[in-house]
Design a protein around this ligand. Structure first.
Ligand code: ADP
Ligand SMILES: O=P(O)(O)O[C@H]1O[C@H](CO)[C@@H](O[C@H]2O[C@H](CO)[C@@H](O)[C@H](O)[C@H]2O)[C@H](O)[C@H]1O
Length: 503
């Protein structure tokens, strides 16, 4: 590896406790770690490339705690080998221990070959509750060097809670403190204001009961620009079940349930096809409408003019063009999809009012948490594959509604796929019908809940909803092709169905 370590970022030592050590430059701190960091980084789930050729520190903070390994929080620009692409910014949290306890073996990165930490074990500090406790104490005491916690609201920040890393997350890392706080650490921090910090700050100020409240946003200075947001501290929603897992479980039970002739009938007339989930889907619709209401009060809400709608339609077409290059299976639907987007673009000319405001931006069942107190909506970062500058743009609320409707389809198909194997043809047909009916019934319940809580009635805005569902399915096709190719048939089937409806 040839590591580029020029372009020195700020390096600050932030002592917690009585020990004060001298400042060191970012290069001095990170330089000796580079040989072990590069191969480790290239295998992280959140790392975008497959190789690392250069790593340039932007901001490095070292935090010492008495009797603890040192903690290095480094924001670095990484260049992948063999690409002309601009470097990508990553956040690394590294522990440096004289000896790595066996319980942290899975977090091991390597042994530092030289420099001040020569011979120490370097490891992913997010896995170490002791260091995550140290980080929270340092942030609360404003002793984390260039790493700042900008508080939201006046809620006291409890610091004596037991930390545990949250497993199973996708693009970021997270630590839960005593089931009360969640520290979300962005692995790929992005320049400019953070859509998630902005949204949660506003929702907290609005006292929205359906989202976790924000305690504060973590940032490091970015020379010549806004500080770079590298994380958030928000309320942890205890005792929650992930909405995706819950929906798939209910769908599976329904599809596999005892023979119920009603459930196999036309979904428009059945009573049982929602598989016991319709009440929850209704409540979820209400929760999303509440979140939209709060966002609509906190951020500007404006009527879309004809030019705006045409620009939206053009953006959806561009997204389709990009997706077709990577997902050739979409090509046969190109003209029909473009027609769907154009129909949306022409709505203003027909006197149909469309309003835009701040929305969630990547709403699906996995962003909803079910508790005894009802639903919570989390993760306001927006679609990871959409450029950062576009994510906070005002959008019609039906974009979020469409995201959730797509998710009911995903849940039904996932449940079906999990069951299909051992069934004969007749049973498979019956299951398919039940899966379709489950999705349809819960989509309707969600829309009814949304309208009942004061949101605009999605079912009265078919052209908008179809365009947003189609656009979302195109996004999903690209997402699946890149990350989970065996899931690609799910959004492709949706595209087929959606354009079929327009013919
Ligand atoms: N405030 C919270 N309280 C409880 N669990 C949460 C909270 N926020 C997120 N989670 C859980 O963590 C998972 C990952 O969080 P998320 O913000 O979606 O991160 P990512 O962007 O990495 O997907 C969520 O699916 C949810 O299960
Ligand atoms: O949660 P993220 O912000 O990482 O969202 C991305 O990944 C999601 C998958 O984890 C992806 O969601 C798609 O798959 C879900 C099932 O796993 C399904 O419920 C969603 O409806 C579907 O869009 C999401 O698109 C992507 O941005």
């Amino acid at each position: 590896m040839s590591a580029a370590t020029t372009g020195i970022g700020a390096a600050v030592e932030a002592p917690v406790g009585p020990r004060v050590t001298a400042d060191a430059s970012a290069v001095t701190v990170l330089g000796p770690l580079l040989p072990v960091l590069a191969p480790w980084l290239a295998t992280r789930r959140w790392y975008q490339g497959t190789t690392v050729s250069g790593l340039r520190p932007r901001a490095v903070t070292v935090i010492h705690g008495d009797g603890l390994p040192d903690l290095v929080v480094a924001v670095v620009d990484v260049t992948a080998r063999g690409t002309a692409a601009a470097p990508t910014c990553y956040q690394l949290l590294l522990g440096l221990a004289r000896e790595l306890p066996r319980r942290l073996a899975d977090a091991a990165i390597g042994t530092v070959p030289s420099g001040r930490w020569a011979g120490r074990a370097v490891y992913d500090a997010v896995a170490d509750p002791a260091l995550m406790g140290l980080l929270l104490r340092a942030l609360a005491a404003r002793r984390a060097g260039t790493l700042r916690l900008e508080r939201a609201g006046l809620f006291p920040l409890p610091v004596g809670l037991v930390p545990r890393p949250l497993t199973g997350e996708q693009s970021n890392s997270a630590v839960v403190y005593g089931d009360r706080l969640l520290l979300k650490l962005y692995r790929r921090p992005e320049p400019g204001p953070s859509p998630e910090a902005e949204a949660l700050r506003a929702l907290t100020a609005e006292d929205c009961a359906r989202t976790p409240r924000l305690y504060g946003a973590l940032s490091v200075p970015a020379p010549g620009g806004d500080p770079l947001t590298v994380g958030l501290i928000e309320e942890f929603v205890p005792g929650a079940e992930d909405g995706w897992e819950r929906a798939v479980r209910f769908a599976r039970d329904h599809i596999n349930g005892p023979g119920d002739p009603e459930a196999d009938a036309d979904p428009g007339t059945t009573t049982g096809a929602g598989g016991g989930f319709t009440g929850q889907a209704h409540a979820l619709g209400q929760a999303v409408a509440e979140v939209h209401g709060a966002l609509g009060r906190a951020f500007p809400r404006r009527r879309r003019q004809a030019l705006d709608l045409a620009a939206d339609a053009a953006r959806m077409r561009r997204r389709l063009d990009t997706a077709v290059l990577e997902v050739p299976q979409l090509a046969r639907y190109h003209a029909a999809l473009a027609a769907v987007f154009d129909e949306y673009g022409a709505l203003a000319g027909r006197g149909c009012p469309v309003f835009a405001q701040r929305v969630h931006g990547d709403l699906h069942l996995g962003q909803a948490l079910h508790t005894e107190d009802g639903w919570y909506v989390v993760d306001f970062e927006g679609e990871p594959a959409t450029p950062a500058a576009e994510r906070a743009l005002p959008q019609p609320v039906l974009r979020d509604v469409a995201g959730m409707l797509r998710s009911f389809d995903y849940a039904a198909r996932t449940a079906l796929a999990e069951l299909d194997g051992a069934a004969g043809p007749a049973q498979q047909l019956s299951r398919r019908r039940r899966a379709t009916a489950w999705a349809l019934r819960n989509r309707r319940a969600f829309c009814a809940g949304y309208a009942a809580a004061g949101g605009e009635d999605p079912t009265c805005r078919t052209a908008q909803l179809t365009a947003f569902e189609a656009d979302r399915a195109v996004y999903e096709a690209l997402y699946e092709a890149r990350h989970r190719p065996h899931w690609l048939p799910v959004p492709l089937a949706a595209v087929h169905r959606l354009v079929g409806r327009m013919r």
